[in-house]
Ligand binder design. Structure first.
Ligand SMILES: [Zn+2]
Ligand SMILES: [Zn+2]
Length: 319
């Protein structure tokens, strides 16, 4: 970050969500087997090494994990795939998390590697610091908390849904890892959860009606929903050209803003930026003068005015 930007921004020091990466068990160090491998790759060995590598990057993460278990030769071949090495180095939680909740079967090595080298949230284009492991999408804090697409559907209870659950096993789903996911620190047991967009797109009308019945008309699905954090881990963002880590930061002028979830997320203090998106934020809302966005054109004035209204407790925002 340049000196100029540093004076207008601050590093994130806000509380973390209880996501899957915080519930993963510690990594156990396994004893490495020494000596030369006794078996080879079988038929695979007849392919040129470059072709084997190219094929492995197209495999899903679960198949790669299974192949690693075949023998020592297979294990070292999988471990030498450059894309997988980058994932193990920079996004180990995404890999372990996907294997733990059994969504690794939907994510191929190349897709996860590509997502690691993106910066923007798939939904809104803001700086995204999380990855949603049911569809391998980068997502920002605001979309994760306020967008229902990232809230998996829960058909765990009651028991009478057993037939329904079985009929949905072809759609992307996960088995959650028991742990603490809610801000209230309550412990959650194992759950079977489905990707919401897949259900809304591919499930029958009767299943959609069941979902509506379970969730009820007042189901808002914001923040406190523990199921939301069960499919999500934090992830770094790497520059596609240089491979360096892109650091996120927050806007100093928006630090004390209270316009959460309203007026889009324009002044949301939890909104993270990187240099490109921060420049766009300054163009949209005005340069920062004495710790505040100073409006210089009509659109910026309007945004400021709307934010002032959002501060007013007597203002009815629905009108
Ligand atoms: Zn977003
Ligand atoms: Zn700002």
């Amino acid at each position: 970050m340049t000196m100029d930007l540093r004076s207008l921004t601050y590093e994130p020091v806000i509380e973390k969500l209880n996501t899957l990466d915080q519930n993963l068990p510690p990594v156990r160090k396994r004893k490495r087997a020494f000596g030369k491998p006794l078996s080879d790759l079988g038929l695979l060995a007849s392919m040129p090494p470059e072709l084997i590598q190219a094929t492995l990057t197209q495999l899903d993460l679960q198949s790669l994990a299974n192949l690693r278990m075949v023998n020592r030769q297979a294990s070292s071949t999988v471990d030498s795939v450059p894309m997988l090495r980058a994932i193990v180095k920079h996004a180990p939680h995404a890999l372990r998390g996907a294997l733990k909740i059994e969504t690794a079967q939907y994510i191929n090595c190349e897709t996860l590697h590509r997502t690691l080298h993106t910066t923007e949230c798939k939904t809104c284009g803001d700086f995204g610091t999380y990855i949603y492991l049911l569809t391998c999408e980068r997502v920002c804090f605001s979309c994760l908390v306020y967008n229902r697409n990232y809230l998996p559907c829960d058909f765990t209870t009651p028991k009478k849904f057993e037939a329904l659950r079985e009929s949905l096993l072809d759609l992307p789903h996960m088995i959650s890892l028991p742990g603490i996911y809610s801000p209230r620190k309550e412990r959650c047991r194992k759950r079977l959860l489905w990707d919401r967009r897949s259900i809304l797109r591919d499930a029958s009308d009767s299943i959609k009606a069941q979902l509506e019945k379970i969730e009820g008309p007042y189901y808002t699905g914001v923040y406190a929903d523990k199921t939301r954090c069960m499919a999500v881990v934090e992830i770094l963002s790497l520059d596609a050209k240089t491979g360096l880590v892109i650091e996120g930061f927050h806007c100093l002028a928006c630090r004390d803003s209270r316009s959460y979830g309203w007026n889009g997320q324009r002044f949301n203090p939890r909104r993270a930026f990187w240099s490109h998106s921060f420049e766009a934020h300054l163009v949209e809302n005005g340069p920062i003068v004495e710790g505040r966005h100073e409006a210089t054109n009509a659109r910026q004035y309007q945004a400021r005015y709307r934010m002032t209204l959002a501060w007013n407790p007597f203002w009815d925002q629905s009108t």
